[in-house]
Ligand binder design. Sequence first.
Ligand code: SIN
Length: 539
Amino acid sequence: MGQFTRPMKMQWAITRQSAGPSVAAHNQMAAASAPMLRNAQRCSLSTINVKDKLSSRYLFREAAIINGKDFPSAAHFPVYDPATEAQIGVCPDLTPRQVDEAIAAASNAFSSFRRTTPFERAKLLREWRDLVMESQEDLATMITLENGKPIDEAKGEVAYAASFMDWFAGEAPRAYGDVIAPSVGANRAITIKQPIGVCAIITPWNFPAAMITRKVSAAIAAGCTVVIKPDSETPYTAIALAKLAKIAGIPDGVVNVVTTKSYLKEVGEKLCTDERIKKVSFTGSTNVGRLLMAQSSSTLKKLSLELGGNAPFIVFPDTPVADAVAAAVTSKFRGSGQTCVCANRLFVHESIYDEFCELLTETVSGFKIGNGLEEGVTHGPLIHDRAVNKVEAHVEDAVKRGGKVLVGGNRAMEVGKYFFHPTVIRDAKPGIRIMKEETFGPIAAVFKFSSEEEVVALANDVEVGLASYLLTKDINRVFRVAEQLEYGMVGVNTGIVSDCATPFGGVKFSGFGREGSKYGIEEYMTIKSITFGGVGAPY
Ligand code: SIN
């Protein structure tokens, strides 16, 4: 087992201490290169000292991680806190040539990591999971700073992220093959599953921890190595996770993190066209997914694409209104509406429509928006100005076409530039933009329906198919409707479908591939069949 054994507490302590100087050295370099900042689209008057907010200061690193080490770069891009607009740090603005070094490291590491046993990999994943949970507060603080979600929600995300490590630690030894009776009578055949190779992991800003661990834990369980490219809005959580992976004893080169902003397109292309990379797993928009798929075609990579959604949330008349509103709030306003599985269109039966709108408005009026690190804040900012512009445009469009704003409806400039008041719109009409486009923001547009047939048709009348929700006490209706919904996931009487144990993924333009669950590890493996000629008695 050698290098793959759990590091003893003593080794861990040494690693923790020795993290200090390298961060300091890096910071000196970062300060020296400050004039070289590229691509600063917004500029900030203030800065935040992130380390002062952490109990393990070494977790905040303004560096890429390649082959287990901080990777220096002369050019950097700034990262901002969307709640305060203060600069929280800088990150290396890597070029495709620098990213090549990460691919080389992952490729070298793969030749030995692929030979570890599933039990060794499970042990490493559990070790990593324990460190992540020990660092829950610190990781949550970083998530809140770079993403804006309230600290309790960020802590929840860390636990959700860790659940994938646990889950895939369990799955690693269970990647069974088959025994097959071939058509030639005396032959026998078996299948084995093998790691696919180096994987590119491209993740969004809305779950800076969980979108990484959902992919990387499965990849590691399978015996793959990874090059992670986190979103440039939220790189620090990814870097901290890679640091914890090293401390957990995951060998150098297995988990690499590359950061870039100016070379986004070129780095994406590099990851999709480099022959050493065998698989790309991406969570993000449908348009970018299409581009990555086209770029990956020259090297025929395996792909998992978890793309946009436009979730219908259907409330049938036999649902208690208080239950329906509670589920709607969880589904719609998690992360201020910035998740791919957030309800985007709320369809409520005409018989309970007024009551539902009233209670939803009352509940949303009780939200407190603000800096997620502050006590009592329930909802944070949106990620950037493009997000706020889109939300504003969707509200204007809904109102122009007859929708009535019951609460919210406008920017919350008094709180901060990227804040939008959580909004409820009643009398939303099927022709509005929200009907066809994912808002990705805190707008609950409530549509009225009268029949099951009508609402199923409306729910399916979109190009995407990620999550959907239906609320009813009628078991026959549950099966009838759930089976008709053209979605990869259906939540019944719940506003949350996300769970490490259940398959996450979509159909139609929401992409393909499944994450989490017993299927998640398959995405990182290939099946090999081995046929034994003339070994058995003919049947
Ligand atoms: C996403 O928004 O892509 C993921 C949401 C989740 O895992 O719940």
